[in-house]
Design a protein around this ligand. Sequence first.
Ligand code: BTN
Length: 327
Amino acid sequence: MQLESLLQQLSDGQFHSGQALADRHGVSRTAIWKQISALAELGLNVERVRGQGYRIPGGIRLLDAASITSGLSDSARNLLGDLCILRHVDSTNLALRRGESLASGRARVVLSEMQTDGRGRHGRRWQSPFARNVYLSMDWRFDGGVQELEGLSLALGVVVADALAECGAPGVTLKWPNDLLHEGRKLGGILVEISGDAEGPCEAIIGIGLNVDMRNPGEQAPDQPWSDAITAGWERPDRNRLVAALLNHCLPMLATYAVDTFSVWQQRWMARDAFSGQPVELHSGSRRLAGVARGVDVHGALLLETAQGIQAIGGGEVSLRRAERSE
Ligand code: BTN
């Protein structure tokens, strides 16, 4: 019996007796019980009530390629080379890295219902519970070298926030270089990993993690203040619709980024800047630099006003925090 078909059946949120499931799949009730345990190990809440059977309370709507592609614009459809939906994986970024890249001009996209080794910036872990959020990676080949990609992750932040607004979660702000916030709490993050030639062809693997429904996250709660699309106002979230919106916004942007460069996105990034005019601290290893955030320059570098004047700070391993007020 396939775990997949059991999952599909239970996704309706109704009770299914062990016997009915066993008959339907032509296996023993013990085999069903083992598969239910495997689903629980993925982090799914499968309830068992004596006399009624098993159910997933509230049901779940799984990621689905047909629903996603039906929501794509013509432009995104033409730029999408391959769409792969997994039930579980270590990391969608790693899955893309293991595969073979396509010819330039088309993206591979990998989504997973959960990640066992979801990765964030600075080597952090990205909590990735089953069927609640979006874990999406896509790749794109650029011909002009790494330098032209400065600012790419910021431009992605702009279009991801636009996609969320289109779906019903407005008011998402951006924290340099690539965090998505709602009311100061982390709603999502972007991890761009670039490999290849410093001055020639290179490949960007872009990982986007968005919290959609983190009600009752249990042990899977992120280790920092977090928010989700429901809290940001999206009452009836539909992850397939969100993924389509993400691809509609991100793919055309990737296709034109090398020509446009970040200068086209600078003002739109600043319009969503969560820290503009605020005292901040930059941390890089044991180094610390305090100042006032003054937006970003045409390359996407943070503009920090210090006693020495305005300094432009590039991304890399630098992280930004709100400064502690000394009163
Ligand atoms: C951050 O630290 O804010 C970036 C988080 C990026 C998480 C996403 S989830 C999809 C993709 N796969 C990963 O392992 N990480 C990225």
